[in-house]
Design a protein around this ligand. Sequence first.
Ligand SMILES: [Zn+2]
Ligand SMILES: [Zn+2]
Length: 390
Amino acid sequence: MSPTPCMRCHNNKAIVKRPKNHHKVCRDCFLTIFEDEVHHTIVSSRLFHPGERVAIGASGGKDSTVLASVLKTLNERHNYGLDLVLLSVDEGIKGYRDDSLETVKRNATQYEMPLQIVSYDQLYGWTMDQVVETIGKKGNCTYCGVFRRQALDRGAKILDIRHVVTGHNADDVAETVLMNLLRGDLPRLSRSTSIVTGSSASEVKRSKPLKYAYEKEIVLYAHHKKLDYFSTECIYSPEAFRGTARSLIKSLEKVRPSAILDIVRSGEDMARLTPDKGQGACGCDEGEGVGGCGSANGRSSGAELAQMEASLNNQPGSEGLETEITSNEASNGDGSVRLPIRHRRPKEHTPAPLQTLGQCVKCGYMSSQDMCQACTLLENLNKNRADIAI
Ligand SMILES: [Zn+2]
Ligand SMILES: [Zn+2]
């Protein structure tokens, strides 16, 4: 059988079947299309301004590594005039984060970007290993998510940077839309769909330049660009509800590749219909979902992506075309779906009081509550520690 020519250049052999639309393209065209699409997202949403200093939330995982690489490429190609810095959070997870931080350090050299690392231990006096030792594996993602958000903010502050970009991809956004839809939480759903998210408890702007990029295309991009990234997943299990939403989305993608983008777009449409969008009344969560690993990149997408990576590494050439992977349901252990504690906001039709930005009485960090969410969690943890000491 003669090789399939690239649909774009009609010249080279097609070696990639795009997960997004099943177009068959050559390596170079795939990389160009991917970069052009991210550029389009950046330009059409006016994400940056010339001279802006931007911190890339870097975990060493595929998403943030691809983000760093693409931003470097586009910054040079299109003269964005950005000053890019890598910002990493050390959660204190042995055998996972310490290894992935080594990857980030290599990335810093490869991309010639300065690197700032902030650690949970140094900020909170707790590593995630110690948190899990105290509270167990269940619900630890909630702690990690709250801590990470504040850690990134603080890291940005140290660098005097007001804009942090994260590697959230289309699959992540679709997941969050679905989770919030299933929870009946339209305000949060709305916030989660915007490319730029801020919260009332932070003056650091967050954005997701890879918002429309499929996770599978990110893996393909990293592979074909031979990027150095860390693919081990977090050793602590992700939030069960997110895992379930994730499996559901992967199943939908199998029968309808456009499903992921369709969910993202539906979320955007619903956001337009939600009246109090933007008020961001609740500073407790930026809408990325309560589960912490939204930006962890290494976090679980089940065995499916691991299989994809393995097959990409084992079969160079035309086999790369095959992006269909046999079903491998991500199991959620006992199958239970337990929501993390959620502080219910007032009913939507009763106008929520506008919250003013104050300071946490404990740590002085900006907060819309007396005590910031991290300190509330820490108080719990420290109480546990004291109980054990007695
Ligand atoms: Zn081509
Ligand atoms: Zn605090």
